[in-house]
Ligand binder design. Structure first.
Ligand SMILES: [Ca+2]
Ligand SMILES: [Ca+2]
Length: 490
């Protein structure tokens, strides 16, 4: 079998990527808003997380679906009505930006299609705002969400390349974290070719939506339209559910009925939400925005964070999860739909914040594991054969609701090609306390005779999900990364 031969990598990016910056994620959105209801819906959701994500750009762009016009006025109208609900939001949580501050981030990219529209000498206002955001003195990376075409990003990169030294360009590129919803114009493939070190999450595609059904992001809600969601529960992504839970108040009024699927662009920022999964640290960890592997897809000039993987080692971008039918399902889309009920309820709870005072709304539980509060990762090292006891019983809920606990192994998370996760078993997994037995530094290979011996140490990810008793019920998580080392015995 030739599958074990490593592909020749044109530009070897590190297979392990870890962003350690603290503080709120910084986000710059490029959106082909106006072409269909989709982007408008995603923007409504994003604004409900603007107290936890620093929004540094809301830029209207073109795409293959909207080639000669941009609609920044739609962004302005939604942001203006965000201003109307901000006092209510402040009653429920701190940290909301003013509508005025958000309005200052709004601009447009080139009002024409793809790379042909790029003006490196005199870039669009959207591209100039993107350059200014990336240049800001800040130790945190700048996430760039591509909800439509990529030509505003291409224009910014072309301008920086034309006006700065190679070292300055490299520093500029290193600050960016791109998450692309497939390719929606011809600029994405050209950027990946010309800037091989640029961090990129996405599934390369033709720009005309022909390949979209294969993409991870369709796990947000595309089960029926793309016929790829076997096992997913569609309940919370129907127009009816959205009508009952989301379309309320002045901001909810901007949330239209969808035509094809709900919010195809939303996975680009779902992983930045401060829910305790800490998915922004590495695309390989998995979270509300899906899980990705670093590899070089066929036809691409360099590796990127994407789908697929090494089927020989069974280390790939797909998650195996129990579906609504109680049976296991394995797919890329499952890396998103496995969290769907939680992220939809979270959205609904926050929309309630726009119309209800604190006492009538629900708020997220706060998890504490062994005295560690907050949302950060918990790390533990144990020897093979030992049992690790963790207690989350000090977790609280701001509304005084009873909490339910579920600990589970996320064995696909954080695993690189050729590696196998550490072998852990959990007991009392639906209790505030869990006992984690470290059986070995790696799990058995699917072909034991061909598997290399277990290394001296291995890691595996354990997730704690805590759900409150409110309506809608809110779930928060903590990620525990367990390193198992070989037993040292005299
Ligand atoms: Ca879009
Ligand atoms: Ca609560």
């Amino acid at each position: 079998m030739a599958a074990c031969a490593a592909p020749a990598l044109a530009a070897p990016l590190p297979a392990e990527h870890l962003d350690t910056a603290e503080g709120k994620p910084r986000l710059f959105v490029l959106s082909d808003i106006g072409n269909e209801p989709d982007d408008q819906m995603s923007l409504v959701r994003l604004l409900l997380y603007s107290n936890e994500i620093d929004i540094e750009g809301l830029v209207a762009t073109t795409s293959t679906f909207q080639k000669s016009v941009t609609h920044s006025e739609t962004i302005r109208a939604i942001v203006a009505d965000f201003g109307k609900v901000r006092p209510r939001l402040l009653d429920n949580a701190p940290g909301w930006p003013t509508a005025q501050a958000l309005a200052e981030t709004i601009a447009s990219g080139p009002a024409a299609y793809g790379v042909a529209a790029i003006d490196a000498a005199s870039p669009s206002e959207g591209a100039r705002k993107l350059i200014a955001a990336a240049d800001r003195a800040d130790t945190r990376p700048l996430w760039v969400d591509l909800w439509g075409g990529a030509n505003t990003l291409a224009e910014a990169l072309a301008h920086v390349r034309a006006t700065r030294s190679a070292e300055e360009l490299a520093r500029f590129v290193a600050r960016l974290r791109v998450y692309a919803i497939s390719d929606q114009d011809d600029a994405g493939p050209s950027i990946r070719r010309e800037f091989p070190d640029l961090f990129w999450i996405g599934s390369p595609s033709t720009p005309d939506s022909g390949d979209f059904a294969k993409a991870t992001w369709t796990g947000i809600s595309g089960d029926k339209y793309y016929l790829n969601g076997e096992g997913a529960d569609f309940t919370t992504v129907t127009n009816e559910w959205l009508g009952a839970h989301i379309r309320k108040g002045p901001l909810g009024a901007h949330y239209p009925r969808y035509w094809f699927i709900m919010e195809g662009d939303t996975p680009a920022f779902l992983g930045l939400i401060d829910n305790g999964l800490e998915a922004r640290r590495s695309p390989s960890w998995g979270g509300w925005g899906g899980r990705y592997v670093m590899r070089q897809p066929y036809g691409e000039s360099r590796p990127l964070w994407t789908q697929g993987g090494d089927m020989f080692y069974r280390i790939a971008s797909q998650d195996t999860v129990e579906g609504a039918d109680g049976r296991p399902h394995t797919s890329d889309q499952a890396t998103i739909w496995r969290w769907r009920t939680a992220f939809q309820n979270d959205f609904a709870a926050r929309m309630d914040w726009t119309v209800k005072p604190f006492a009538q709304a629900n708020h997220a539980p706060r998890i504490a594991i062994e005295g560690s509060a907050g949302t950060g990762v918990v790390e533990r090292t144990v020897r093979k054969g030992e049992v690790l006891h963790l207690d989350a019983g000090a977790s609280t809920d701001p509304d005084g609701q009873k909490l339910t606990y579920r600990w589970f192994l996320y064995n696909e998370a954080g695993v690189k090609n050729g590696e196998r996760p550490a072998d852990l078993t959990l007991s009392q997994a639906s209790d505030a306390k869990v006992a984690i037995t470290a059986r070995d530094t790696c799990t058995a290979g699917w072909l034991p005779d061909l598997a290399p011996p277990c290394p001296a140490s291995g890691k595996a990810h354990v997730i704690l999900a805590v759900t409150d008793g409110g309506s809608p019920a809110i779930t928060r998580y903590r990620r525990v990364i367990v390193t198992v080392t070989q037993a040292k015995r005299r």
